[in-house]
Design a protein around this ligand. Structure first.
Ligand SMILES: C[S@@+](CC[C@H](N)C(=O)[O-])C[C@H]1O[C@@H](n2cnc3c(N)ncnc32)[C@H](O)[C@@H]1O
Length: 209
């Protein structure tokens, strides 16, 4: 059930979307290898992009002269409550082979994490991919939300706790270097949350808001 702050958080996001070029959807492409790996592994043809941003990744050729959906070879349902043209969620009984959710969970207030994460998993039949950026926040980065509704430290454990009973959830923390066996490692629980090899572009910082 929605918290009393949820609609306000969406309105703040809507405002931010209107006034800024960021939240375009381009960050999804930072996980292109991971998402392609999952699409191929699960032979997915339909994807829900939950919190897709302005959708530039689906309107502008960005990989090998193709849009992201063309490159993946899938049909994508774009959902983002803060972008008017994508603000209608799929009907509750609609299913997709995969759900992707890139850099979105940190925008969800504490009291809404539970139902949002349930909603995300409810749409998927084969896999859910969640990408989260653990890069140190830029010093002057504005927090657009009221911090009273984001009291929980946004750690890897915190995010994972909402998916404890769900199967086929695939995580990617951006400070980790990509390696090709990562899908197998997540399936067999070999995958470590804190990587042995770091992507030097990122820092190990758990809190993102
Ligand atoms: C950092 S951007 C990421 C956009 C895109 N997924 C990407 O990776 O490039 C965060 C996105 O979360 C969306 N967002 C904010 N509140 C949301 C909510 N309650 N449910 C779903 N998406 C939300 C914003 O509109 C924004 O597009």
């Amino acid at each position: 059930m929605k918290s009393s702050y949820y609609d306000e958080s969406v309105n703040l996001g809507l405002q931010f979307q209107k006034e800024n070029k960021s939240w375009s959807g381009a960050d999804t492409l930072k996980y292109q290898k991971q998402i392609k790996g999952l699409v191929d592994r699960f032979q997915a043809t339909t994807i829900l992009d939950y919190g897709c941003g302005k959708g530039m990744q689906y309107s502008t050729p960005c990989i090998d002269g193709k849009t992201f959906d063309e490159w993946l070879g899938v049909t994508v349902y774009k959902y983002d409550p803060c972008v008017p043209e994508f603000s209608i969620p799929p009907p509750a009984n609609m299913k997709f082979d995969g759900v992707i959710c890139s850099q979105v969970l940190h925008t969800i207030p504490d009291d809404d994490m539970h139902w949002v994460c349930e909603q995300i998993t409810s749409y998927s039949t084969k896999f859910v991919f969640i990408g989260i950026n653990f890069k140190k926040p830029a010093k002057r980065k504005k927090h657009i939300y009221d911090k009273r509704y984001f009291k929980q430290p946004r750690t890897r454990e915190y995010f994972k706790s909402f998916f404890k009973n769900s199967k086929n959830i695939f995580w990617w923390w951006k400070d980790r270097m990509f390696y090709s066996e990562w899908i197998d490692d997540q399936i067999s629980n070999k995958w470590l949350d804190v990587p042995e090899i770091w992507d030097p572009t990122y820092h190990f910082v758990e809190t993102t808001i």
